[in-house]
Design a protein around this ligand. Structure first.
Ligand code: MN
Length: 190
């Protein structure tokens, strides 16, 4: 699968509060990025608990994944989390997010997908999901708030945007803040 990821923990701590996962079956690809509150080992535990929950419940619809994960990780300090589900048959992406993990689809145009207020593991009011079309070569970018939510990649050269791992490394190098864990996950539809 065509995925690039780059991550760097706050102060190069061996523990990172940003954790991600992706999974593929015949019908769909699921991308998930979770940012445990704060940083360090407790943030890492929360984010790993969320990713572990998602990995065991991939067939559930998004609203259920979020509400059940919220209950399943109550013993942790909680996470911000976005999930993107790519339907391979009709080429769409469905996104849901609680808290500050940004998601953008970048092709001919740029679409920022919004998240709802709350904390997974600490409660939230309502999850809205959005579905957008995904074209050949479109980039799906997901990043935590260790990188500005106003990230703009329009200045990067075409060749860089065709190598998602190099692009992820470059974005981290150029845009990661020194005050938090920072992670970017990029998928390109081929
Ligand atoms: Mn963060």
């Amino acid at each position: 699968m065509n995925i690039g990821t780059a991550t760097r923990s706050f102060y190069n701590d061996p523990h990172c509060g940003d954790q991600y996962g992706w999974w593929e079956n015949d019908e769909r690809i699921t991308l998930c990025l979770a940012d445990g509150l704060g940083h360090g080992i407790e943030a890492e535990k929360a984010a790993k608990a969320a990713i572990d929950y998602i990995s065991r419940n991939l067939c559930e619809p998004l609203p259920q994944i979020f509400s059940r994960c919220d209950k399943a990780i109550r013993h942790t300090r909680g996470v911000a989390m976005s999930i993107a589900i790519i339907d391979k048959n009709n080429s769409t992406l469905t996104h849901g997010g609680i808290g500050n993990v940004s998601v953008m689809v970048k092709g001919r145009k740029k679409t920022k997908l919004s998240s709802d207020w709350g904390i997974i593991g600490g409660g939230y009011r309502k999850l809205h999901t959005n579905t957008v079309d995904l074209a050949h070569d479109d980039l799906v970018l997901m990043w935590t708030d260790g990188i500005s939510e106003h990230l703009d990649i329009s200045g990067y050269e075409e060749f860089l945007c065709r190598n998602v791992q190099k692009l992820a490394n470059r974005i981290l190098e150029d845009h990661a803040k020194v005050t938090d864990d920072a992670t970017i996950v990029i998928y390109q539809k081929r």
